[in-house]
Design a protein around this ligand. Structure first.
Ligand code: MLT
Length: 264
């Protein structure tokens, strides 16, 4: 089913009475990046995915975006849909949203799955890189930026063996509105650092990281794992920064085991 909440395009799969999982995509994708998880988990869970403002079909925005707005949107979806303590599953930018959501309202959640993400805010170098990406998009459009950014996210195994799939992911993201792309760059460069909150997380957390992720490498996620009391860490073979797309079997199995273990 597809509907809109405050202009955010929301998609549901599976039985409404089953336990909810909310999937939050990374940059620069939309809800469809989770299709291999949703196909699998919608047999036993109520799967909710959505397009973050500025992406996919959530287009009707001005591009002046902050991480706080992204978290407000998530909270509104949880409240409006009356989701009872869902599990969140966020990748990279979706992980930044999930981490800030934990800080703001962990009491509304059962558990969180963090894929290929980090708790640190951007450092100066990272902020300047985002600023130059915005400048580049303003002068030459967003297509080349999207192509380079996405290509750099995937590991060699996927690039060599699934080049057509990679090409179609790039072409699809190139259809997004550049205002949304720039809005997310602004939101990411101005986001707060959630590291000091990691030790205050009380609910179960699963951390998943592609072994060849060079944007948020396993060492970064292992540090997060050491700081979170009730957490597990799984590294995924043959995967870079987009582990759920690159190796869905291992990612789905890690998520399944985790959900079983916490009795969800
Ligand atoms: C993502 O996958 O969401 C991005 O790599 C996040 C980022 O650029 O920090």
């Amino acid at each position: 089913m597809k509907f809109s909440i405050n202009n955010i395009s929301v998609i549901t799969d599976g039985d409404k009475e089953a336990k909810p999982i909310v999937f939050i995509h990374g940059f620069p994708y939309d809800h469809s990046m989770w299709k291999k998880q949703i196909n699998y988990f919608s047999n036993s869970y109520y799967c909710i995915s959505y397009d973050i403002r500025g992406f996919g079909e959530s287009r009707d925005f001005d591009g002046q975006h902050t991480m706080e707005m992204f978290v407000d949107d998530l909270e509104l979806i949880i409240d409006e849909m009356n989701l009872q303590k869902p599990v969140l599953c966020g990748l990279s930018m979706g992980g930044y949203i999930s981490l800030r959501a934990l800080e703001r309202f962990q009491n509304k959640l059962s558990a969180v799955i963090l894929c290929d993400t980090r708790s640190q805010a951007d450092d100066n170098q990272g902020r300047l890189k985002r600023a130059s990406a915005i400048k580049r998009i303003n002068s030459e459009g967003h297509k080349e930026f999207i192509k380079e950014f996405i290509t750099n996210c995937f590991g060699d195994y996927f690039k060599q063996n699934f080049s057509e799939e990679l090409q179609s992911i790039i072409e699809y993201s190139q259809t997004f509105d550049p205002k949304g792309i720039k809005g997310a760059l602004l939101a990411m460069l101005s986001r707060t650092d959630t590291t000091s909150f990691l030790e205050k997380i009380e609910i179960p957390i699963l951390l998943i990281c592609g072994k060849q992720d060079n944007l948020t490498p396993p060492s970064v996620m292992r540090d997060m794992y050491h700081k979170i009391k009730n957490s597990e860490f799984v590294e995924i073979e043959n995967a870079g920064h987009l582990a759920p797309i690159e190796n869905p079997e291992e990612v789905n199995s890690a998520i399944s085991k985790f959900l079983k273990k916490i009795g969800y």
